[in-house]
Design a protein around this ligand. Structure first.
Ligand code: ARG
Length: 461
C-alpha cells in the first residue's frame, strides 16, 4: 500500500505510520448515507445555480446510486490511504463518472462536509432513540396499570418510609424518560442546522444557495457564521449530555431492579430470558442485564467528558482534533440504543410479588406518619407531640415483635388514651395510600389519572 502524496506540493509520500494514525475511514464509514445525502443536496444546488451543468448533475446522481449499491452490498472497497469516508466516496465517484465527480467539491470543504454529515447522521439517530423512549414509557405505563393496587414500601435512605402503589413507583420513571425525550427533541433542533457553504472556514466566493440546500436536507436553517459552522461540536456534546442523563435514569432503575430481585427484597421477577445463571452455583438467577446497564452508564459519562475535553482547547476554526468526536458519539448512540431496546423488552415481563411488597411495608411500620396525622386531624394534638406518641408506639410494637398496625386498641390506648377504634383505617396500608389523593400523590385514583394522562400524551408519538 504505497502512501499517496497529497499534491504537487509534497516532496515525499506520507509516512505509513502517519497514514494509519490520521485515517478515520475505519469508523467514519458509518456516515456514508449522510455523506451521499449531503453531497447530492450540494450538487443539486450547484446545478440550480449554474455552477455545474445538467449533465454533470445527472452523472453525479448516477455515480452516487452506484456507490450506494456498492456500499449496501458490501462490494465497496474502503481505502485507508483515502483517509476518511468523504475522500473515499469522492474518489470512487470520480472513478465512476470522471470530471463531474471532480466538480462536486466546488465551493465545499471537508470541514463543512463532515460537520454536515455528523449533524444529519445524529438527527436520524435521535429520531430512532425518541421512538425507543416512547416505547419504554408505554411499557412502563402498561406495567404501572397492572400494579396500581399493589402496595409496597416507599423508601427514604433505603429505610421503609411510607407505603406507595407499585404502579406509582413505576410512573416516576415515566416522568424521567419523558424529560429525557424532551431534551433530545430540543437538542435535535440545534443539531439540525446546515454548515455547508462555510467551506473551509471563511465561506466561499461561489454564489451558493445555502437555504436551498438546507431545505433539500430538511434542516431548520443554516449556520450563520462560517467559522462557527465548521468548528463547534456543541451539538454532539449536548446530545451526549442528554444521553448521559437518560443512562443515569436507566442506571437508577437498574439498581432498583437488582435490589428488588435479591432474595432479601424479593419484590419482583424478571423473565428468565433476561437473566443468567452461574457456572458454579446451581441456584443462581442473576440480573445481569440491569447490572450491565448500570455499568455502561459509566462509559457514556466518559464519552461526555471526552467530548467536552476535546473542544475546550481548540482555537477557531477547524482542527483535526474534531475527528475524535466520532467514536465517543457513535458509542454513546449504540450504548443508549441497545440499552433502551433491551429494557423495552425486559420490562414488559416485569412482575411484582404483592405479598412480599406488603410484608416489607408492614414490617417497616410504614404507616407511622398516618398515625401521627390521625392524632393531629382527629384529636387536635400538635404534630410534634403526635410524632413523639407514635415513636413510642413504634418502640412498643418493635419490642413485642409486632407491626404498628398489629397493636391492639388496648395497647394503643395504653400509649395514648385519646386513640380511638377509628385509627385502624389510617393505620392500614390501603388507608394510608388512599388518603394521598392530591395531584402527584400515590392514591390509586390519582395514579390512574396519571396513567390516562400519559396514555393520551404518548398516543401521538
Ligand atoms: N475526517 C475529518 C474529520 O472527521 C474530516 C475533515 C477533515 N478536514 C481536514 N481539513 N483535515 O473531522
Amino acid at each position: 500500500n504505497k502512501a499517496q502524496a497529497w499534491s504537487a506540493l509534497f516532496a515525499e509520500p506520507m509516512s505509513e505510520l502517519v497514514q494509519r494514525y490520521t485515517a478515520s475511514v475505519g469508523f467514519d464509514q458509518r456516515l456514508w448515507q449522510a455523506d451521499l445525502q449531503g453531497s447530492l443536496a450540494h450538487a443539486e444546488m450547484l446545478q440550480a445555480q449554474g455552477l455545474i451543468s445538467a449533465e454533470d448533475w445527472a452523472a453525479i446522481q448516477r455515480g452516487m446510486e452506484t456507490i450506494r449499491h456498492e456500499i449496501e452490498s458490501g462490494q465497496f472497497v474502503w481505502k485507508l490511504e483515502l483517509e476518511d469516508v468523504h475522500l473515499n466516496i469522492e474518489a470512487r465517484l470520480t472513478e465512476l463518472v470522471g470530471l463531474a465527480g471532480k466538480r462536486l467539491h466546488t465551493g465545499r470543504s471537508r470541514n463543512d462536509q463532515v460537520a454536515t454529515d455528523v449533524r444529519l447522521w445524529l438527527r436520524g439517530e435521535i429520531d430512532g432513540l425518541l421512538q425507543l423512549l416512547s416505547q419504554l414509557q408505554r411499557v412502563l405505563v402498561e406495567r404501572a396499570e397492572a400494579h396500581v393496587d399493589v402496595i409496597g414500601p416507599g423508601f427514604t435512605h433505603l429505610q421503609v418510609a411510607q407505603p406507595v402503589s407499585f404502579g406509582h413507583h413505576l410512573l416516576a420513571y415515566v416522568e424521567m424518560f419523558a424529560r429525557d425525550a424532551e431534551r433530545l427533541v430540543d437538542c435535535r433542533r440545534r443539531a439540525n442546522r446546515l454548515p455547508l457553504g462555510a467551506a473551509a472556514l471563511a465561506g466561499t466566493p461561489y454564489p451558493l444557495d445555502r437555504e436551498r440546500v438546507a431545505r433539500t436536507l430538511g434542516m431548520e436553517g443554516v449556520c450563520q457564521n462560517s467559522l462557527d459552522a465548521v468548528s463547534d461540536r456543541d451539538f454532539a456534546i449536548e446530545f451526549t449530555h442528554a444521553a448521559a442523563l437518560a443512562m443515569m435514569h436507566i442506571s437508577r432503575l437498574s439498581e432498583e431492579l437488582v435490589l428488588w430481585m435479591s432474595q432479601s427484597f424479593a419484590f419482583i421477577t424478571l423473565p428468565d430470558r433476561f437473566c443468567t445463571g452461574s457456572s458454579i452455583m446451581p441456584q443462581k438467577k442473576n440480573p445481569d442485564v440491569p447490572e450491565l446497564a448500570r455499568g455502561k452508564t459509566g462509559r457514556v459519562y466518559g464519552h461526555l467528558m471526552a467530548l467536552l475535553t476535546l473542544m475546550k482547547g481548540q482555537p477557531l476554526a477547524y482542527n483535526k482534533d474534531n475527528q475524535e468526536d466520532k467514536e465517543p458519539l457513535f458509542d454513546t448512540v449504540d450504548t443508549l440504543r441497545d440499552t433502551l431496546r433491551i429494557f423495552v423488552e425486559m420490562l414488559a415481563g416485569l412482575q411484582a410479588k404483592p405479598q412480599s411488597l406488603r410484608a416489607a411495608a408492614l414490617k417497616g411500620h410504614a404507616t407511622a406518619t398516618d398515625l401521627a396525622d390521625y392524632l393531629v386531624r382527629e384529636k387536635g394534638i400538635p404534630f410534634r407531640d403526635a410524632h413523639e406518641i407514635v415513636a413510642h408506639a413504634v418502640r412498643v410494637a418493635s419490642e413485642q415483635g409486632l407491626e404498628l398496625a398489629g397493636l391492639s386498641l388496648e395497647q394503643l390506648q395504653g400509649i395514648d388514651a385519646r386513640i380511638g377504634s377509628d385509627v385502624f383505617g389510617p393505620l392500614s396500608l390501603e388507608g394510608s395510600v388512599a388518603s394521598r389523593r392530591g395531584l402527584g400523590g400515590t392514591a390509586p385514583e390519582q395514579v390512574r389519572a396519571q396513567i390516562a394522562r400519559h396514555r393520551a400524551r404518548l398516543q401521538d408519538d
